[in-house]
Design a protein around this ligand. Structure first.
Ligand code: HSE
Length: 438
């Protein structure tokens, strides 16, 4: 059988990784796919650099215009590695319209425009595959969509941004503050020059949105995700959390509740004894709770040339195996058949159920703790633990750390407003959510 022909749109880090791994492991990949998979065309704005990556004797056609790849009738699969929501969206839709299968690592594009793109692909009978879009080399899309297909998924919790996990690991192990570690991460190449998408939680929310859609059979709804990054996180809270037996991670959490689905990314205290709390540095990990399987955990590199190429090529192999199959016999993009998708709502943050870590800077005098616990009791919020920093001689204020049991976030917000108004509460209260992940 003649090899399946692939066109790459963009040959940066992931593109060159894909090109190299495909070439290096050609024999094994061909043995698994049933036929060869060949990159025969590459489009990149930097044609000279692209030529130097593919080599002069590779027989690969290098062009500066992505539309030449899409228009080439020889190309079966277009791999979009441009990124962003702009031209990438146009090119993916054009490739689908031209009857090409598409592989993409573009989480931002699918989290925001996924509904439009998956529908266009369904109508045209082509595949849009995106294993590389979530957690790099970890085959989490495959696991959620196929491996766990017997389960009613209850929740997913993931450390799905390596940059922020690296920063949090450094803050904890070295006791440094956020901005110092961010600068170091940029110097080492762990964080981008413009780190906004990573440190503000946007990248993690893109990935969580995709996983949540697959887990619960709902449309991709990035606009409904609650997104909070790590920029406000203070070294003191990481230290107090540790004393209480918790690590703080930027967690993406999507959980099925009776009244809807929680979809949220924010710093989260996780018990230190959970495996996922010990995922350090730039690594990623995703926990999935299914009703039949129980808890499963997936760990690995969430970025990088060859880990991401591993996911891109897995998609290429899947498409190659099923290229001639009736589209109705392929795995649906979001795991559920088109007619079986659900419209379960995404819950507003006020309706989310979680527990909390609170740090209050208070006047160190009689009745302060009692006034605070009274407010919590009035809102039916149960306290799990309290920690008070020992004041230095003559010091008139202290830190009071309160850890609560689960409550509805709206209720906690009302209690927080009352606590903040107490004259003995001296600074804005720090509030970080806590998840036991039991
Ligand atoms: N910037 C991401 C991270 C990798 O730090 O994990 C690509 O999504």
């Amino acid at each position: 059988m003649k090899p399946i022909k692939v066109g790459l749109l963009g040959i940066g880090t992931v593109g060159s990784g894909t090109f190299n791994v495909l070439r290096r492991n050609q024999e094994e990949i061909c043995g698994r796919a049933g036929r060869g998979i060949e990159v025969t065309m590459v489009a990149d704005l930097d044609v000279e650099r692209a030529r130097s990556i593919v080599g002069t004797d590779s027989g690969v056609t290098v062009v500066g215009d992505a539309r030449l790849v899409i228009a080439n009738p020889e190309i079966d699969i277009v791999v979009e590695l441009i990124g962003g929501y702009g031209i990438a969206r146009t090119l993916v839709l054009e490739a689908i319209a031209a009857g090409k299968h598409v592989v993409t690592a573009n989480k931002a594009l699918l989290a925001v425009h996924g509904t439009e793109i998956f529908e266009a692909a369904r109508v045209k009978g082509v595949v849009v595959a995106f294993e590389a879009a979530v957690a790099g080399g970890i085959p989490i899309i495959k696991a959620l969509r196929e491996g766990l297909t017997a389960n009613r998924i209850e929740w997913i919790a993931g450390i799905i941004n390596g940059t922020t996990n690296f920063i949090l690991s450094e803050m904890r192990s070295k006791g440094l503050d956020f901005s110092t570690v961010l600068k170091e991460a940029q110097r080492l190449g762990y964080a981008e020059t413009d780190p906004t998408f990573d440190i503000e939680g946007i990248d993690a929310a893109h990935k969580l949105t995709l996983m949540s859609a697959i887990a619960f059979g709902i449309p991709v709804q990035f606009d409904k995700a609650h997104v909070e990054g790590i920029t406000q996180l203070q070294a003191a809270d990481i230290k107090y959390a540790e004393q209480l037996g918790y690590r703080i991670k930027l967690l993406g959490l999507s959980r099925r509740r009776d009244n809807g689905i929680e979809l949220r990314v924010h710093p989260t205290l996780i018990p230190t004894h959970r495996l996922i709390a010990n995922v350090e540095g730039a690594m990623n990990a995703v926990m999935v709770q299914g009703d039949a399987v129980g808890t499963t955990l997936y760990y690995g590199k969430g970025a990088g040339a060859e880990p991401t190429a591993s996911a891109v090529i897995a998609d290429l192999v899947d498409i190659t195996r099923l290229a001639t199959a009736d589209p109705d016999h392929r795995v649906p993009h979001l795991a559920f058949q088109h007619h079986a998708m659900s419209n379960t709502p995404i819950l507003a943050m006020d309706e989310v159920v979680t527990s909390f870590y609170l740090r209050l800077c208070v006047a160190d005098e009689a009745g302060v703790l009692s006034a605070i616990t009274t407010i919590l009791a009035e809102h039916d919020i149960s306290i799990d633990g309290v920690l008070q920093r020992e004041s230095a001689d003559g010091e008139k204020q202290t830190d009071l750390i309160i850890v609560t049991h689960e409550t509805v976030e709206g209720r906690m917000n009302r209690a927080l407003a009352q606590m903040q108004a107490l004259p003995t509460v001296l600074l804005p209260i720090v509030r970080i959510r806590k998840e036991e992940l039991a």
